[in-house]
Design a protein around this ligand. Structure first.
Ligand SMILES: C[S@@+](CC[C@H](N)C(=O)[O-])C[C@H]1O[C@@H](n2cnc3c(N)ncnc32)[C@H](O)[C@@H]1O
Length: 345
């Protein structure tokens, strides 16, 4: 290996070992409102003006803004020997709270929940088990009971989940023609971001969102009346209680939270409740068949191990689960980030 190759290799190492600092720089700029201010102002601003309007020290703000330029989260132009900062297309689209595809709530959750709890990753790997008992003082049966012990926990998780569907919701709900399924149940449907996408594509359908009582109570408060007639809510525990009868069950990012036995338990229940001719749609981040990638799926799989003994799976693994649960004619579509898997009763 020549020294140029060695340098390239070391650059990768540098990136990886500082990955968590990059995340924190990005979230700190979000948290302090840098991207919001620049989006609202619609113009470039000096570091002194940004610091003053956000109530921070100039020196610290300047350092943060320069780092964001290095990460291509901000752009900087020089005018009269002064640096003027503005959002990039990415920060305008995704990083301000009011951005059309804002990822702020997801990043907030990652920064506040995932980041400190990564200290338990080595234990999770050693034991092959989630580490909820180390993360939370009160003993909980699963991560949802632990997270939902406060109203703030319900809110921050639900808001974080919705962010994905402002980007990928349409793509996932149109991966297959689902117009033959008039009555839909979104199991673990959270606050209904995906249900709204479904209704916008299939206006004659109705969707029942089934989720834990605390999630449903909060989601109901947020719903606007125009959606009320087609979207309804039912509180319950999908592992213990009976679930509504439907033509189609949507399970988006549900199976990845659970081990195979729990997924089978849920599948059996869905198969029994599903109307004749009905089906089930999984939306998940799938691993390649040879498990070499994508990196996003490996990262999420690590998170699932740490928090709930879940994991990301390949299509073959989902296919085996669905077949064992009695589903047939299983189809798979990999989209830009998530995959859709449709099975028939
Ligand atoms: C990873 S989130 C996915 C939410 C939504 N499907 C989405 O993709 O945005 C998992 C969802 O399952 C719900 N959930 C977890 N355990 C549940 C249970 N036992 N019964 C009903 N819902 C449950 C959670 O409240 C949460 O809304």
């Amino acid at each position: 290996m020549d020294s140029a190759e060695e340098n390239e290799m070391l650059k990768i190492l540098f990136q990886y070992q500082h990955g968590f600092i990059i995340s924190k720089i990005m979230f700190t700029a979000c948290e302090l409102g840098v991207f919001d201010l620049l989006l609202e102002s619609g113009d470039t601003l000096s570091s002194a003006a940004i610091a003053e309007r956000l109530g921070t020290c100039h020196l610290g703000m300047e350092r943060l803004l320069e780092a964001c330029v290095g990460l291509k989260l901000l752009r900087m132009e020089r005018k009269d020997n002064e640096g003027l900062y503005g959002n990039t297309d990415l920060s305008n689209l995704c990083l301000a709270k009011s951005s059309p595809k804002s990822q702020y709530c997801y990043m907030k959750l990652q920064s506040e929940q995932l980041y400190p709890n990564l200290q338990y990753l080595a234990d999770a790997v050693r034991e092959g088990n989630a580490q909820i008992q180390s993360m939370y003082v009160t003993p909980s049966k699963d991560i949802f009971e632990a997270m939902y012990s406060s109203e703030e926990g319900v809110q921050s998780f639900s808001n974080a989940m919705d962010t994905a569907w402002s980007i990928y919701g349409q793509e996932m709900m149109s991966a297959f023609d689902l117009s033959c399924f008039p009555a839909v149940c979104d199991l673990g449907g959270g606050s209904g971001a995906l249900a709204k996408e479904y209704i916008s594509l299939y206006p004659n359908a109705t969707v029942t969102i089934f989720d834990l009582p605390k999630v449903v109570k909060r989601a109901k408060k947020q719903f606007v009346t125009s959606e009320e007639c087609q979207i309804s809510f039912q509180e319950g525990d999908f592992l213990k209680d009976s679930i509504p009868e439907a033509d189609l069950y949507i399970l988006a990012r549900i199976f990845h939270d659970w081990d195979d036995d729990t997924c089978m338990q849920l599948l059996t229940k869905v198969h029994k409740a599903c109307k004749p001719g009905g089906g089930l749609l999984l939306v998940e981040l799938t691993l390649d068949e040879d498990r070499s990638g994508p990196l996003e799926a490996h990262i999420r799989s690590i998170m699932m191990l740490l928090f709930n003994n879940g994991r990301e799976r390949t299509f073959s693994e989902y296919n085996a689960l669905l077949s064992a649960g009695g589903f047939k004619e299983i189809q798979f579509k990999k989209k830009s980030f998530y995959s859709a898997i449709l099975g028939r009763k």
